[in-house]
Design a protein around this ligand. Structure first.
Ligand SMILES: Nc1ncnc2c1ncn2[C@@H]1O[C@H](COP(=O)(O)OP(=O)(O)OP(=O)(O)O)[C@@H](O)[C@H]1O
Length: 259
């Protein structure tokens, strides 16, 4: 972070001692009735990585994030997040990680600042004024702090969701489409923040449709289609071989659809 030194949450520091892989998914599967949303996905995300999960609409990205954050129970397979089993320890996982759920909005009846203070209280945080000020300044929405969330623009609500996810300085953040409602200036700020966050030792697992963003900021990507992980690899390996992520993605997904 820019203003706050990267003092990760003390509890988090204890729980990740010795954990190199921040996320380990093994043959993770989720069925919703007849629909297999995620089908046997195995992947790891190491400490300090910015990992992007890419896939077309309905390919299973949100379901993956929900399973990894203990919001949805896998049908089969297993996952460990920061060394914790997501089925056995979902509450502890959610205490530790930062989460931006897809299209989630803050409570309509609180102001922006009340919401951040509410989150700070639940998370038992100190330096609440400093933390709130940091995010109002970084994401440039100080003048909206007393506005009810229901009256905020979509972009400002997204900023607030971003701030709540990082308020406790988590070591791992799982974020679903974090940039979708933000203007280009704010996208730049958030992209720079995410890069500095992983440089300082944080880890990010994000899902996005926006391939240029993934190509620009991710260290490694996974491509998911119809619930199956078709590819996982370093972005540099791809671009170093002269390929653009977009053409690689389209070839892979179209090839799979035609298979
Ligand atoms: N609660 C649910 N009940 C039934 N089916 C669901 C549920 N949640 C997701 N699905 C189905 O699972 C599949 C994967 O959905 P998911 O939301 O994980 O995909 P996604 O990649 O995040 O999509 P998008 O990019 O459009 O947000 C889809 O076919 C979806 O309709």
């Amino acid at each position: 972070m820019h203003l706050l030194p990267m003092l990760f949450h003390r509890k988090a520091r204890r729980s990740v001692i010795g954990v190199r892989q921040m996320i380990e998914a093994d043959d993770l599967t989720k069925d919703y009735g007849d629909v297999t949303a995620v089908n046997g996905v195995s992947l790891c995300v190491a400490k300090g990585e910015l990992f992007g999960l890419l896939g077309p609409n309905g390919s299973g990205k949100t379901t993956m994030i929900r399973m990894l954050t203990g919001q949805v129970r896998p049908t089969s397979g297993s996952a460990r997040v920061m060394g914790l089993d997501v089925v056995k320890d979902p509450i502890r996982v959610r205490e530790l990680v930062g989460i931006i759920p897809e299209q989630e909005t803050p409570p309509s009846f609180l102001t922006a600042e009340e919401y951040l203070r509410f989150v700070a209280r639940i998370r038992n945080l100190d330096r609440v004024d400093e933390r709130c000020d940091h995010w109002f300044d970084l994401l440039e929405f100080r003048e909206k702090r007393d506005v009810l969330c229901k009256d905020l623009s979509r972009g400002t609500r997204q900023k607030l969701m971003f701030a709540q996810a990082f308020l406790h300085e988590p070591r791992l953040a799982l974020i679903d489409e974090p940039l979708i409602n933000l203007d280009p200036i704010m996208q730049r700020t958030v992209k720079d923040f995410l890069r500095s966050y992983v440089r300082d030792g944080g880890t990010v697992f994000l899902s996005t449709h926006i391939l240029e963003i993934a190509e620009e900021i991710c260290d490694r990507i996974g491509i998911i289609h119809n619930g199956r992980l078709l590819h996982a690899g370093q972005v540099d390996d791809l671009t170093g071989s002269g390929r653009h992520l977009e053409s690689f993605f389209l070839d892979l997904v179209r090839g799979d659809a035609g298979a």
